[in-house]
Write a protein that binds this ligand. Structure first.
Ligand SMILES: Nc1nc2c(c(=O)[nH]1)N[C@@H](CN(C=O)c1ccc(C(=O)N[C@@H](CCC(=O)O)C(=O)O)cc1)CN2
Ligand SMILES: NCC(=O)N[C@@H]1O[C@H](COP(=O)([O-])[O-])[C@@H](O)[C@H]1O
Length: 193
């Protein structure tokens, strides 16, 4: 069984899509924990619906981010987690986790990196007036949205688009691309046939 942990801070549609795909395809992948830094996030409810154990703690409960990530790391190591999947996790991952999981932390970003990095990729693309934006899956490194790109898929920006309509089309792409990219990474690592 391949063990992964999903980190999320918000709604959780990418968590749900990954959990549904794994279940539907009957893949030997276990989401051992949902790691969340926001006690009110709806992703927590989504995880409980899939019977995925939830670790939810705010950064301010810890002395600093190092202690916060050391506590998370202990949980992941007890679960023998092999891969970390960030799915709308709004914290910068530091060397505590990066060093423990070299080239084994994935992130999804709602823009075609290196364009529009940061927390507001969709809004920034809309405001910039680009005709094409998209989705990026990348390895996480010490920079922000600067890690090696694994996959990208373009999404057209339509003349009548507002934030909601563009975000909806981007999310639809995300929900398939992340699963396909996860499978590709696990195959490249010879963890999945
Ligand atoms: N080391 C990395 N960590 C994370 C990355 C990354 O590429 N490298 N990607 C992010 C996701 N993300 C955009 O894709 C992103 C999330 C959050 C922020 C940010 O600035 N957040 C807060 C709080 C920062 C903190 O306390 O850690 C802020 O506004 O200051 C920027 C980009 C996930 N992590
Ligand atoms: N900078 C990272 C970033 O903006 N990530 C984005 O957060 C959303 C999470 O949605 P979800 O909670 O419904 O999966 C997704 O659109 C993801 O691309």
């Amino acid at each position: 069984m391949i063990k992964i942990a999903v980190f999320a801070s918000g709604t959780g549609t990418n968590f749900v899509a990954l959990a549904q795909h794994i279940k539907h395809h009957r893949l030997p992948i276990q989401i051992t924990h949902l790691i969340c830094d926001q006690p009110q996030a709806t992703v927590i409810t989504r995880a409980r619906e899939f019977k995925v154990p939830v670790w939810v703690h705010q950064l301010k409960e810890f002395k600093d981010k190092t202690e916060y990530e050391q506590t998370i790391l202990q949980c992941l190591q007890e679960d023998q987690v092999q891969l970390i999947v960030l799915a709308g996790y709004m914290r910068i991952v530091t060397n505590t986790l990066l060093n423990a999981y070299p080239r084994a932390i994935l992130n999804i970003h709602p823009a075609l990196l290196p364009a529009f990095p940061g927390r507001h990729g969709i809004e920034d693309a809309l405001l910039a007036g680009v005709k094409i934006t998209g989705v990026t899956i990348h390895y996480v490194d010490a920079g922000v949205d600067s890690g090696p790109i694994i996959a990208q898929q373009p999404v057209k920006v339509l003349p009548h688009d507002d934030l909601a309509s563009l975000a909806n089309r981007i999310h639809q792409v995300e929900h398939q691309l992340y699963f396909d990219s996860l499978c590709q990474v696990l195959q490249d690592k010879k963890l999945l046939k």
